[in-house]
Design a protein around this ligand. Structure first.
Ligand code: PGA
Length: 252
């Protein structure tokens, strides 16, 4: 079993088109020699097409931060999986905690988005994770279990092969509080065991589980040393090309 490490930068609502293009160009240059790692960046929607142009032919793939669950229609403000694919994306982030917290995403909408995304030929990075209150009340595992069983409800093994899971404890996102490597490992092992329960050992062994929440150059090596941590979804520290390039080149 080899799980290729995956490092994805989520730029959230940061960077104008010009800034996004400039950062993408720096990353292309800084990372051109890196192999054996899946690298992706998720700029805001308006920058997808120009960034796609910059990273064309490089080892960096283009990720969307969100996606809708219909192909087209009267859904003002939404973007479909087909449009994202056509714009150059290979993957979309689904169910980020900020989407769940501020935009009403639920495990059910996450499930609809996953289905449509995979139908359109995009991979999905599906985010799950507990809040501080849930952790402190001892509910971390039950929250993760529900997010897995409802979010991935009725997905086939073939579909699961196109999914990457991101474990992002909400209390560690943008707060500077990283889960310790052992807290991350514990949650990742639990998530993998749930995937094994639903889909069997082969899929559980293959699925990649990224950690997200204040990942930085200073803590990535330790996190990546854990057996079930297969990569990172990086927010704040992905905005600077030098810092993201260092994270991508974590020492293994
Ligand atoms: P952060 O964000 O690295 O800024 O904590 C991670 C994320 O939200 O994906």
């Amino acid at each position: 079993m080899t799980r290729i490490p995956c490092i994805a930068g989520n730029w959230k609502m940061y960077k104008t088109v010009d800034e996004a293009v400039e950062t993408a160009a720096k990353l292309k240059e800084a990372l051109h020699n890196v192999s054996g790692r899946d690298i992706g960046i998720a700029p805001p929607f308006v920058s997808l097409v120009p960034v796609a142009e910059v990273i064309k032919g490089s080892n960096i793939s283009l990720i969307a931060q969100n996606v809708f669950w219909e192909d087209e229609g009267a859904y003002t403000g939404e973007i479909s999986p087909t449009m994202l694919k056509n714009a150059g994306c290979t993957c979309a982030i689904i169910g980020h905690s900020e989407r769940r917290q501020y935009f009403g995403e639920t495990n059910e909408t996450v499930n609809k988005k996953i289905n449509k995304c995979l139908d359109a030929g995009l991979m999905a990075i599906v985010c799950i994770g507990e809040s501080l209150e849930e952790r402190e009340s001892g509910n971390t595992f039950s929250v993760l279990e529900t997010q897995v069983s409802e979010g991935f409800s009725a997905l086939s093994p073939d579909q699961m092969e196109k999914i990457v899971i991101a474990y992002e404890p909400v209390w560690a996102i943008g707060t500077g509080k990283t889960a310790t490597a052992s807290q991350a490992q514990e949650a990742h092992a639990f998530i993998r065991s749930k995937i094994e329960g639903h889909y069997g050992k082969a899929i559980a062994d293959e699925i990649r589980i990224l950690y997200g929440g204040s990942v930085k150059p200073g803590n990535v090596d330790e996190l990546m040393a854990e057996k079930d941590v297969d990569g990172a979804l990086v927010g704040g520290a992905s905005l600077d090309a030098g810092s993201f390039a260092r994270i991508v080149q974590f020492s293994s």
